[in-house]
Design a binder for this molecule. Structure first.
Ligand SMILES: Nc1nc2c(ncn2[C@@H]2O[C@H](COP(=O)(O)OP(=O)(O)OP(=O)(O)O)[C@@H](O)[C@H]2O)c(=O)[nH]1
Ligand SMILES: [Mg+2]
Length: 330
């Protein structure tokens, strides 16, 4: 099972990004620091081509800095990629953007040749918040849900620096099912496109294995059951997610838990490590290879069947021809 969400407005946004890419000097890709790999849009990477990218691992205030640093080390050494932990509410971070951008696009930055930067990324990562922070006023609508921005918006930060805000986009098929769930857990997928309980259980299983103490502290648990379903039930009962009759409302419990995860109420976390992603990618490749082998086997099996069918049809046609010539003689 996996989560997929690619509504029509994202396809349109993708086309518009493609159209303006040739007039862009740098892409500022806003990532979610809690999912450094899964929040990278492979489609954006393809559209970008050789255009340099500044990757901002935004919402660093919600992220576990140790795990985040492992990603920075993992990415270091790429000439066209610069990555920094970031927060749109950290004024010092925002002030560094023009320096980082200038470092990557040294040949521009004057009034005549301003640096043209495109802010892009998956939904709900803080692209519009970044635009507002850079301009020091509210020019773009911000909201704690995906797909708040629906069209592009270009503004001048200074005489030497222009930015373009774009709608958050995902891609038509998220191949790694685990990654698709992490995107849903952190809030990049619209709630109507997911099964709340499923997503909460995946999120809970992650916290149980990687951050059990934070979970115990947040929900004042005496111990941690081994089944996420049981843990979610306890969380629901402790947080008043009840139906009439006192039974736990699992949907409400899932809402409470996911809201805590998304706002960082449980504590800072990062859901993925480079090693884990490498393993998952290997698994995706294996599944793909198995599917391809099964497809080829089906094709191979179909050939003799088709040949047999052709032979029967040939014999029938021959028999009919013979009958016709016998009829003619008579
Ligand atoms: N904790 C935290 N929240 C942030 C940060 N930056 C942005 N946010 C929040 O993230 C949510 C999404 O912000 P937006 O700026 O609307 O995100 P977006 O990427 O433009 O979203 P779409 O337009 O829907 O693609 C809002 O609730 C912001 O307040 C940050 O550095 N830390
Ligand atoms: Mg936006």
């Amino acid at each position: 099972m996996s989560v997929q969400w690619y509504p029509g407005h994202m396809n349109k946004a993708r086309r518009e990004i493609e159209e303006v890419m040739t007039q862009v000097d740098i892409v500022i890709e806003v990532l979610d620091a809690r999912i450094p790999d899964s929040s990278q849009n492979p489609m954006l990477n393809t559209l970008r081509g050789d255009v340099p990218v500044l990757r901002l691992l935004n919402k660093k205030d919600l992220a576990d800095s140790e795990r985040l640093n492992a990603w920075l080390t993992h990415w270091s050494g790429h000439a066209t990629v610069l990555a920094h932990p970031f927060s749109t509410v950290d004024k010092a971070d925002v002030a560094k953007i023009s320096q980082w951008v200038g470092q990557m696009v040294p040949h521009r930055g004057s009034a005549e040749k301003p640096i043209r930067a495109m802010i892009a990324g998956i939904p709900n990562v803080g692209k519009s918040s970044l635009m507002n922070a850079l301009l020091g006023r509210r020019v773009a609508k911000v909201g704690n849900e995906p797909a708040v921005t629906k069209s592009q918006q270009k503004l001048k930060v200074t005489n030497g620096f222009q930015i373009l805000d774009t709608p958050g986009i995902l891609w038509p098929k998220i191949e790694n099912p685990d990654a698709s769930y992490r995107l849903a857990v952190t809030g990049a997928v619209r709630d109507t496109a997911i099964d709340y309980e499923d997503v909460a259980l995946v999120g809970l299983a992650f916290f149980m294995s990687d951050y059990p103490n934070e979970l115990i502290t947040r929900y004042k648990l005496k111990h941690l059951d081994s089944d996420p379903y049981d843990v979610l039930k306890v969380i629901g009962s402790k947080r008043g997610a009840l139906r009439s009759g006192g039974k736990v409302d699992m949907h409400k419990a899932a809402e409470v838990f996911l809201s805590d995860v998304r706002t960082g109420a449980i504590g800072p976390y990062v859901m993925e490590t480079p090693e884990m992603i490498a393993l998952e990618e290997q698994r995706v490749e294996e599944v793909k290879a198995k599917k391809e082998a099964a497809r080829l086997a089906r094709l191979a099996a179909a050939v003799p069947q088709r040949q047999q069918a052709n032979n029967v049809a040939y014999r029938q046609a021959q028999a009919e021809n013979q009958n016709d010539s016998t009829d003619e003689k008579e």
